[in-house]
Write a new protein. Sequence first.
Length: 434
Amino acid sequence: MSSGSAVSLPGDPPGGRRAIAVWGIGVSVYFVAVIFRTSLGVAGLDAADRFHVGASALSTFSILQLLVYAGMQIPVGLLVDRLGTKKVLTIGVLLFTAGQLGFAFSSSYGMALASRGLLGCGDAMTFISVLRLGTRWFPARRGPLVAQLAGLVGMAGNLVSTLVIARLLHGVGWTAAFAGSALAGVVVLVLLLLFLKDHPEGHQPEPFPHQGAAYVRRQIAASWREPGTRLGMWVHFTTQFPAMVFLLLWGLPFLVEAQGLSRATAGELLTLVVLSNMVVGLVYGQIVARHHAARLPLALGTVTATAVVWAGALAYPAEHDPMWLLIVLCVVLGACGPASMIGFDFARPANPPERQGTASGITNMGGFVASMTTLLAIGVLLDATGDNYQVAFAAVFVLQAVGLSQIFRLRKQAARRERERLVASRVETVHVPA
């Protein structure tokens, strides 16, 4: 499908400065959520010392957070479809700020675990809400770029964790660092309550009254029946998790313990992943906005490059990988986040406006289920093999193979269905009743 088909529909919102300002408030909430989500990634070794836990127990922090996040995606999608963006984001900010504060003052492993679960619950409410905000305020043709920009801002939050939280942690200590960062949640809550609106004037969505459990089942079933939704979920599943696992928990221990780098050098490499993500996100967003046919090649190319470089880093015939190979690995991992956003570009055209939140929730589950599974597998394998990272990190290839098999199974069916929907929408646009 060429970019010539990506035209504004008569009911499209106009975009413009007002849209950018309102969307920016929503994205700032997501930005803070990502800071809180990824703050454990730079504190993993400190958490192990503070709570006296091993690799498996340490991975449980992130696994629980992602389990809650993934499990919340469909309910959050339904809530966004029903309640709108502002209400859901408000609940999310309250929950993830409380979770970050609880983590700051946790004195036991159990309390810290509960705090990360609460944080994951609030975090789960942000990204789908921001995607819906973009579709309400910007023309449809801007969808891929707006989604990639949202992901880019999220990665900027990851950058703050890597650069700022890490320094605070080793400068002022655990409690002050995490409690101080929680103030950012209060700031975005005030902005959200004062200035955010669900949609521009004159573009109110059609009401879709809630009809109980039957309505919920129909929403989920109708979204799942669309092959574009399922393809989007598997694209997200296959592309996102290698970088997520690396940044969220296991990258720093791998670089420090297995590769013999200092914490400062390891932090710089994690920063490189984030910077690469931000650059690649801009490129992928522009390409997909202009050439929809590039979606699958970009996703598959990213998976292939990740597998090849990951295998090279694990199989390098020396005790430590050379710095150039670690740099290449981090640059390639930076493409995983933008590639995962392509999943939403399959789900979005497959579903009508009233199902966008639900479809996005299903899609967004993919990468987080894969990340959660891999985090657990790596932790268990590290404990079982005496911290053999080559064996533990090989779990990545198993999940990539599973995801690729589903992508190849669904791609033709999704493309055919998307063409049918495009033809139908053009007919409706041309034959407007008098």
